[in-house]
Design a protein around this ligand. Structure first.
Ligand code: C2E
Ligand code: MG
Ligand code: MG
Ligand code: MG
Length: 279
């Protein structure tokens, strides 16, 4: 009796551990299948010009439509994909899909707006990003003036390599944005020398703007710095009217956040914006 109880406890304990390991393992197998079976989808979050109130762009954000687990957010699988190297293929799918979709919208008569895609570190540092970009631009026939890539401060750290890749993207006519600005390795040196068009203020600063004087000071400083370096500022994670008013007061150029809309599937975007955006 005691023995079987002990055995039971042991079994329960092991199976919990195994569950966690199996979850990760299955997720990795699933991730490979997801690429083949086209289970990834992009949701699009509107970006609004603070002066005019008009839509100026969308950020494309990946989700995984898992057959049994439902819609999985990027926070749950991007890191795993970075670890097992699948991120490059996933990232290429994202660029392709986002550019194709934006071109479709342009062709459907929407006033053209920009599409922003998030690049992964691997994609940026080791991938064949430039040839792939050239190929996508050609294949989709999207005007590169309506394509923006978002990189993080971390990717700017390989200084000589990064500047070279960014200059090549720039030469293709693509816009460049620094994402989550202020949360990583911030260096005035790259701000000065890299061909960056936009600085995105991280949502952690925007979220505390009205409650924390320090965040307010940081947001104001980022806007001033960016403008003096002739870059546009995008605030992410704008959730309230008060935050928006603050950002407008301090001349932040563009806002993105739940106050306007959460990221939506292409079909929803069309319902809301396609009519509104016909010239
Ligand atoms: P990010 O690029 O900084 O994207 C902004 C995140 O904030 C998105 O989360 C968005 O849904 C969320 N967000 C937008 N407005 C608000 C708001 O008002 N309040 C709050 N609390 N959150 C808001 P999401 O879609 O879960 O993406 C998380 C991160 O995953 C992204 O952060 C980005 O780093 C990464 N990611 C997303 N799509 C891709 C992709 O295609 N490739 C790569 N490499 N990374 C991606
Ligand atoms: Mg982003
Ligand atoms: Mg961001
Ligand atoms: Mg962020």
């Amino acid at each position: 009796q005691a023995k079987s109880q002990g055995k039971n406890r042991y079994v329960v304990h092991t199976s919990e551990l195994l569950d966690v390991m199996m979850d990760e393992y299955m997720l990795e197998i699933d991730l490979r299948r997801a690429l083949e079976e086209n289970e990834f989808v992009l949701h699009y979050q509107p970006q609004i010009n603070n002066d005019t109130g008009k839509l100026v762009g969308f950020e494309a954000l990946i989700r995984w439509q898992h057959p049994t687990l439902g819609l999985i957010p990027p926070g749950k699988f991007i890191k795993l994909a970075e670890e097992n190297g699948l991120i490059t293929q996933i990232g290429e799918w994202v660029i392709d899909e986002a550019c194709s979709q934006n071109k479709k919208w342009h062709d459907a008569g929407m006033t053209p707006v920009k599409i922003s895609v998030n690049l992964s570190t691997q994609q940026f540092l080791t991938g064949n990003l430039i040839p792939f970009m050239k190929d996508v631009l050609k294949r989709t026939a999207i005007d590169p003036a309506y394509v923006v890539v978002e990189i993080t401060e971390y990717m700017a750290m390989e200084y000589n390599y990064s500047i070279q890749v960014l200059e090549q993207l720039k030469a293709l006519g693509i816009g460049i944005s620094i994402d989550d600005f202020g949360t990583g390795y911030s260096s005035f040196n790259y701000l000065k020398n890299f061909p960056i068009d936009y600085i995105k203020i991280d949502k952690s600063f925007v979220g505390e703007l009205m409650n924390n004087e320090k965040d307010a000071v940081i947001v104001k400083a980022i806007i001033t710095l960016a403008h003096n370096l002739h870059k546009e500022v995008i605030a992410e994670g704008v959730e309230t009217k008060e935050q928006l008013n603050f950002l407008k007061n301090y001349k932040c150029d563009i806002s993105q956040g739940y106050f306007f809309s959460k990221p939506l599937p292409a079909g929803e975007i069309e319902k809301i914006y396609l009519k509104q955006l016909r010239p």
